[in-house]
Design a protein. Structure first.
Ligand code: ZN
Length: 191
């Protein structure tokens, strides 16, 4: 059961699942119980922020970012998953708030606009007088389709920007693929 449970986690294959299960069995009792408690605690103590759908502690309607009065509520960065919030926060440059869509449009997988928190985003933009929506979708076909759709829905309501696509830090120009170079050229900024 433990091996199957680990194997269901994203990015964990059967072999890694077996290694993890073996580790849990060999670990001190306390360590194994702390893991079980952490999993249980995460599910019982964490809820979704009613404004941006990032995680919040149960009992707190708004997450720590939405509660922070120094944050600019008129700038919303739209992302696919809550883990993207952590990635963007690491940059220390985001002064606005977020909106977690809960995925990306994918007709082949049956994910349509109603399956994502798009209506809630449009409502926020209209209600809070939002100046800018930053589309920070993943560089995938689904991410692009979602950005196109949001652009149509939000056009005329607010100014819409998107993250630049281009060369990763530390990358050699001659090793970059054609798409990356094309995006980097299109997204060039004045020096
Ligand atoms: Zn929030």
């Amino acid at each position: 059961d433990l091996v199957s449970a680990f194997a269901r986690l994203p990015g964990i294959g059967r072999k890694t699942a077996q290694r993890l299960a073996l580790h849990v069995l060999k670990a001190p009792q306390q360590e194994a119980e702390a893991l079980a408690d952490a999993v249980r605690g995460a599910r019982t103590n964490i809820a979704y922020c009613t404004q941006c759908f990032h995680f919040t502690e149960r009992g707190q309607e708004l997450c720590a970012i939405c509660r922070d009065s120094r944050r600019d509520r008129t700038v919303i960065c739209v992302i696919e998953e809550a883990s993207d919030v952590l990635a963007l926060e690491r940059s220390d440059l985001m002064r606005g708030t977020y909106h977690v869509l809960g995925g990306a449009l994918s007709p082949l997988d049956g994910v349509g606009p109603r399956d994502l928190r798009i209506a809630e985003l449009v409502q926020r933009v209209q209600r809070d007088g939002v100046r800018e929506v930053i589309l920070a979708h993943n560089a995938s076909a689904e991410g692009e389709a979602t950005a196109e759709y949001l652009h149509q829905r939000l056009q005329g309501l607010t100014s819409i920007t998107r993250l630049a696509r281009g060369l990763p830090a530390g990358a050699d120009l001659d090793l970059a693929d054609r798409n990356t170079i094309a995006h980097a050229l299109q997204g060039r900024t004045s020096f």
